[in-house]
Design a binder for this molecule. Structure first.
Ligand SMILES: CCCCC/C=C\C/C=C\C/C=C\C/C=C\CCCC(=O)SCCNC(=O)CCNC(=O)[C@H](O)C(C)(C)COP(=O)(O)O
Ligand SMILES: Nc1ncnc2c1ncn2[C@@H]1O[C@H](COP(=O)(O)O)[C@@H](OP(=O)(O)O)[C@H]1O
Length: 343
């Protein structure tokens, strides 16, 4: 059983303390409000200090990759092709700078399948979410799947299909990019509408060159979205660190701001003995997938794309994550449907 549900006798245990209302009527226990000043509902939208630290790993990784590519003489002097968004294969400064490297082909290019598999295994095996290895639909599992589906919609819309071309390709076309074949007006006249290549994949399939527009990094987007989804789901569910679970602020239906701990005390769907369990297979696999994603993010940062293409991809990924993992903290009606990890 989670420590949270044991008799609340040890104030130092993050799961047991009762947080006073933060911007409501002062209570006797709110004498510590001098150290913990009242918050506005908007404060629920911001990450805790620990979350900020974890989120900053992403820009930190992009920065590290950029610094490496600037400082490494081999990478700095290798020619770069904006059309290929990489160093030409013959001049690739490292195995990881080649598009055909095995980690790119089997891991990143199937990155959403890996994310899905890791999350499903975690949901099925970790006792904080339901009986391990039994397909029982507990509220925590259902809500985690709903959050996953929302993030999956964002992944699919940005990289696969958005009522036609995905958003990345639409952005590319809107900023003046085209499939090189279509640049030839003669060739274009001979084409039917369906043969106008409006996706990068379709263009490459016919041997065309997808050139001239602004193309955010699909790799940075996918690796950020997938790995952050996993840690947003996994760490609060298993962590004892206050800043990851109980310290998160939520707006209640009466407009008052409390911490996630108060909601966790009202609702708990975990399984007896969860606190005594080790990390378990699901969590180990998820940590492995997150680790690989971090490494490939670093490699993408070091060897592919321009600085701006990588940073905008990071912003696009975090826009979706923020809508699913932060917005519900301030919108009780949304939280009632998708919930929060670990609550
Ligand atoms: C009772 C216990 C309950 C436990 C949970 C049970 C079930 C899970 C719940 C729901 C699942 C339901 C539906 C899932 C819906 C969609 C799933 C999609 C899954 C996939 O994995 S799709 C196939 C994999 N494809 C990829 O991973 C492609 C990834 N690649 C890309 O996005 C791009 O190639 C790119 C971004 C890497 C860039 O490409 P380039 O520009 O370089 O070509
Ligand atoms: N870390 C990495 N390892 C290998 N190839 C990478 C990579 N990051 C990006 N690429 C390649 O760079 C191109 C642009 O990627 P993206 O826009 O997804 O970030 C893609 O080429 P291809 O589309 O020719 O495979 C992709 O495979």
């Amino acid at each position: 059983m989670s420590a949270r549900r044991k008799t609340p006798s040890t104030p130092s245990t993050p799961h047991t303390y009762t947080e006073p209302i933060l911007n409501g009527t002062p209570t006797p226990s709110s004498t510590n409000m001098r150290n913990n000043p009242p918050r506005t509902p908007a404060s629920a939208l911001f990450p805790t200090r620990l979350e900020t630290l974890l989120i900053s790993l992403y820009p930190g990784t992009l920065l590290l990759g950029s610094i490496f590519s600037t400082l490494s003489p081999t990478t700095r002097h290798a020619p770069y092709s904006a059309t290929l968004q990489s160093h030409p294969p013959d001049f690739a400064p490292s195995y990881f700078a080649q598009k055909r490297n095995i980690f790119n082909v089997f891991f990143v290019k199937q990155g959403w399948a890996w994310t899905t598999a890791a999350l499903v295994l975690f949901l099925l095996t970790h006792p904080s979410l339901g009986p391990p290895m039994r397909p029982v639909l507990t509220p925590r599992r259902v809500r985690a799947v709903l959050r996953y589906l929302l993030v999956t919609l964002w992944w699919a819309g940005v990289t696969q299909w958005f009522f036609g071309a995905p958003l990345i390709d639409r952005g590319f076309l809107l900023t003046g990019g085209q499939c090189e074949l279509i640049k030839d007006p003669g060739a274009r006249e001979e084409m039917s509408n369906t043969r106008e290549y409006v996706t990068a994949a379709g263009c490459k399939l016919v041997g065309g060159q997808w050139k001239g527009g602004y193309d955010i990094s699909g790799h940075v987007f996918l690796l950020t979205l997938g790995s952050a989804l996993l840690w947003f789901e996994i760490l609060p569910a298993v962590s004892r660190a206050e800043g990851l679970r109980d310290g998160r602020r939520v707006v209640m239906s009466d407009g008052k701001v409390r911490t996630a701990a108060s909601e966790a005390q009202r609702e708990s769907h975990g399984v007896e003995g969860e606190a005594e369990e080790g990390p378990g297979l699901g969590m180990k696999v998820a940590l492995g997938v997150m680790g690989m994603m971090w490494w490939m993010l670093l490699m993408t940062a070091a060897f592919f794309h321009t600085w701006f293409e990588k940073w905008t991809a990071l912003v696009v990924a975090f826009t979706g994550l923020w809508a699913v993992y932060f917005l519900p903290r301030a919108v009780p009606a949304m939280r009632a449907i998708v919930g929060m990890p670990g609550v």
